[in-house]
Write a protein that binds this ligand. Structure first.
Ligand code: FAD
Length: 477
């Protein structure tokens, strides 16, 4: 009998329970399916596909050393599995549970039926502290920490060979994947992820809390692990384990250098937030395209202003800090949390755009696109959850706070290079203001007040509704 390990968003050999379990049972097919249909979805781009390609090559190298190559198949997962099930006597299909976009959610529902019809077990192992069929959200944090305390699995020592031909990894062009123009991107792979965690813990974490919101310094002071987590080049459990070992070792050696416990604890909290948000999507997959709270339906849906939207996407809103953040994000595929939140707040509140209409623009740009975090955060920053504090960022205040000397602005908004620092945050106030940089497309104060008034009055109306109570019960630990 043959076992299949279906690699999905877990492209690594360490802490891979399905791989360990399957390897104990005999011959294995190590499978990755490149699904052209998935890559045609409106939320993904070639930036993520290129990262994936590197991660697959890296995984293949590691598996080869254990005695077995990764088998790449290109096509619909159901067709690929039907062929395999007809060719091999497959007993079990092993994978991690996947909580990703709505397309993968529906694909997995179809596959469950298919495997049942072939009488084959699909063993989906929980991952990242996300709990399937969670009965009570209030138990979630306890379950999460219980899981994170377990030691990561070592890779299997040997994998037995099976005869099956692999397809080549197709190019993004041949799959017709949407192309993003960029100059910079992290490189995919498990080894890259391990090195990054190591450099974060030992060299970069000290100023994590201090620099977390600075667009200039967060690039180095944040862990930058998000894309590696999104593709499963590293597991959350591995990060917890290594972070805790690092703290213990440090305490044992009584070394006074380089450990900033406040920073490390802030980092660990964010790792938990990651799973907290993915759990929301696991429990309610339709938050990808529906307001979490139906009381907000119709709030912005009919007011879409295409000119505002295009200006925001292009980084040409006339607000230097907003434009610098957007241009930097488009070019590099990453920006820190606060800047993402500010960009969304500006679109949703100042420009009054519906998050559903700009979510794909952002998801395609983020190399670390993770639907559970992405849609939860879009909805939180747009104020459509009905349960979170309303937060409307003032982009001018953020500009003064996070880029006092305008260094980041000047790096990305070259039109302002020769402006004196006193006008860099609000160039329209300068007597030298020129038309090569856009004048502000909206009145920031007016639009912020209007958004606040609409959001607060609606929130007061729905505060005690049954829908709000249900959301609180379902999504708040
Ligand atoms: C509108 C919006 C959309 C976002 N979309 C994504 C997304 O698609 N993918 C994604 O990984 N993150 C997303 N985030 C969360 C956050 O901005 C990124 O996780 C973080 O900037 C990644 O950088 P890092 O790995 O250096 O994070 P670090 O600060 O080093 O944090 C470590 C890890 O914790 C997790 N994390 C950090 N902050 C958050 C947070 N606020 N919520 C949930 N998890 C968090 C990430 O997995 C991150 O890798 C989004 C935030 C906003 C406001």
């Amino acid at each position: 009998m043959v076992e299949v390990v279906w690699f999905k968003r877990d492209l690594r050999i360490h802490d891979h329970e399905p791989l360990i379990e399957a390897s104990k049972r005999g011959d294995i097919i190590l499978l990755y399916i490149v699904e052209p249909e998935l890559w045609k979805q409106p939320d993904v781009s070639d930036r993520q596909y290129h990262f994936l390609t590197e991660a697959l090559l890296d995984l293949n190298q590691s598996l080869k050393k254990l005695g077995q190559e990764l088998i790449i198949k290109v096509g619909n997962a159901d067709d690929i599995f039907i062929n395999l099930l007809n060719e091999f006597a497959i007993k079990n299909i092993w994978s991690h549970q996947e909580t990703w976009n709505y397309w993968t959610y529906q694909r997995d529902i179809k596959l469950r039926k298919l495997f049942k019809s072939f009488n084959v077990n699909w063993i989906e192992i929980p991952t990242n502290g996300v709990v399937r069929n969670l009965s009570q959200r209030k138990d979630w944090a306890r379950l999460f920490y219980q899981e994170m305390k377990r030691s990561p699995f070592n890779p299997p020592t040997k994998l037995s060979k099976i005869n099956l031909k692999s397809d080549k990894i197709p190019s993004s062009e041949s799959l017709g994947i949407e192309k993003i123009v960029y100059t910079d991107r992290q490189k995919g792979g498990e080894n890259e992820a391990m090195n990054l965690l190591d450099s974060f813990l030992h060299e970069r974490s000290y100023n994590y809390s201090k620099n977390i919101s600075s667009p200039l310094y967060s690039v180095d002071s944040c862990s930058r692990l998000s894309t590696y987590l999104a593709f499963g080049n590293i597991s959350l459990k591995q990060i917890f384990y290594q972070t805790n070992s690092y703290i213990d070792q440090h305490k044992k050696n009584k070394s006074s250098t380089s450990l900033n416990l406040r920073s490390i604890n802030a980092f660990k909290s964010r790792l938990r937030w990651r799973s907290h948000f993915i759990q929301k999507l696991e429990d309610q997959p339709d938050i990808e395209y529906k307001n979490l709270h139906s009381g907000y339906d119709g709030l912005r849906e009919n007011d879409f202003n295409e000119v505002f939207y295009q200006a925001w996407c292009a980084g040409e809103t006339g607000f230097p800090f907003v434009d610098a953040c957007m241009r930097s994000l488009v070019d590099t595929g990453w920006i820190n949390f606060r800047m993402r939140a500010m960009l969304v707040s500006f679109a949703a509140n100042n420009l009054w755009l519906d998050w559903k209409k700009f979510s794909h623009f952002l998801s395609k740009i983020f190399t670390d696109y993770e639907p559970g975090i992405h849609y939860s955060q879009l909805q939180m920053q747009s104020g459509t959850t009905g349960i979170n504090t309303i937060r409307i960022y003032n982009p001018i205040k953020q500009s003064y706070d996070q880029d006092k000397d305008g260094i980041f602005i000047k790096r990305w908004v070259n039109e302002l290079n020769d402006y004196p620092n006193e006008f860099i945050h609000e160039p329209w106030k300068s007597p030298l203001f020129r038309s090569d940089y856009t004048a502000p497309i909206i009145d920031e104060v007016e639009t912020r007040k209007m958004a606040a008034s609409k959001l607060y009055s609606l929130k007061a109306k729905i505060r005690n509704s049954d829908v709000t109570k249900k959301i609180l019960q379902m999504h708040v630990s």
